[in-house]
Design a protein around this ligand. Structure first.
Ligand code: CP
Length: 307
């Protein structure tokens, strides 16, 4: 059996993880929920560098680090950092590694997380890099699916909304590709999944469909993964206006759905999820966000070699 050791490892892309490693992270997350590890990271410091806005990722990482006995330094507004004076990302990393044991970074540029990891001698965790990857979100998405479905195999998962710019989708599909799943991609034509991702899924033998209309497929789905149309990533705001309300899910979709359908969304939502879904048993997105804390506790403990 291959020994799984995450000490010192960067978490940049879901593609860097084997199926066994993903399952190990999910098992460790379960332990974080069930056992008391409140002193595990005593004396450890997390650098929290957010060059893009965040509520869930930043606060759940902070909550996770504090909950394990560690402390947090950093910024949530890059205008308060020396990036505003023109400091390069590699320089910022070389400096920050001297102040902390692990760096959690969100950046607006694709590839920034990889560059940061190459520049820093402490583990770097990608908290989202442009439209590219959001691997820690993927672990909490998988954990949520597993919690409600008790399995990751044999599921039909529908991805809905902005599949072009949605980094959470770009991460999650490659993790799901390790399992026996069927994928349905539902989006306006202009927001289809990137061709490279689809090519990779084909090579891995994953069955998928791409469609523009949602209703005829709802009955097949075990999981809906809805996403926000990522306004901030459109080069032309007129193009955003054309698709911004392409899909709006409300309670009426449940009529044609499996009774145990679960609806996930990385959040924040804008118009795509009606509030009338919130009190249904199918809506698990708030619990999904809450699962960010044990998942991120597991990841911090693992890369710091404490579990
Ligand atoms: N899901 C997610 O990444 O949310 P935030 O942008 O609030 O961190």
């Amino acid at each position: 059996m291959v020994k799984i050791d995450f000490k010192g490892k960067d978490i940049i892309s879901i593609r860097d993880f084997s199926k066994e490693e993903i399952l190990h992270i999910l098992k460790t997350t379960e332990r974080m929920e069930k056992e008391n590890f409140s002193n595990l990271l005593n004396g450890k410091i997390m650098g929290s560098l957010f060059f893009e806005p965040s509520t869930r990722t930043r606060l759940s990482f902070g909550s996770a680090m504090n909950g394990l006995g560690g402390t947090v330094i950093g910024f949530s507004d890059p205008k308060q950092s020396s990036a505003a004076k023109g400091e390069s990302l590699p320089d910022a990393m070389k400096i920050t590694e001297g102040y902390c044991d692990v760096i959690v970074m969100r950046h607006y540029l694709e590839g920034a997380a990889r560059l940061a990891a190459e520049s820093a001698n402490v583990p770097v965790i990608n908290a989202g890099d442009g439209a590219n990857q959001h691997p820690t979100q993927t672990f909490l998405d998988l954990y949520t699916i597993l919690k409600y479905k008790k399995k990751l195999d044999g599921l039909t998962v529908g991805f809905l909304g902005d599949l072009k710019y949605g980094r959470t989708v770009h991460s999650l599909v490659h993790a799901l590709a390790y399992f026996n799943v069927k994928l349905v991609f539902i989006s306006p034509d202009s927001l289809r999944m990137p061709p490279d991702d689809l090519e990779e899924l084909k090579k891995k033998g994953i069955g998928f469909k791409e469609i523009e209309k949602f209703n005829s497929h709802i009955k097949d789905l075990d999981v809906i993964y809805a996403t926000r149309i990522q306004k901030e990533r459109f080069p032309d705001q007129m193009d955003y206006e054309k698709v911004k309300d392409a899909f709006i899910l409300d309670k009426s979709i449940l009529k044609g759905a499996k009774k145990d359908l679960i609806i996930l969304h990385p959040l924040p939502r804008v118009n795509e999820l009606n509030y009338d879904l919130d009190d249904t048993e199918n809506a698990v997105y708030f619990d999904q966000a809450k699962n960010g804390v044990p998942v991120r506790k597991a990841l911090l403990a693992l890369v710091l070699g404490k579990i």
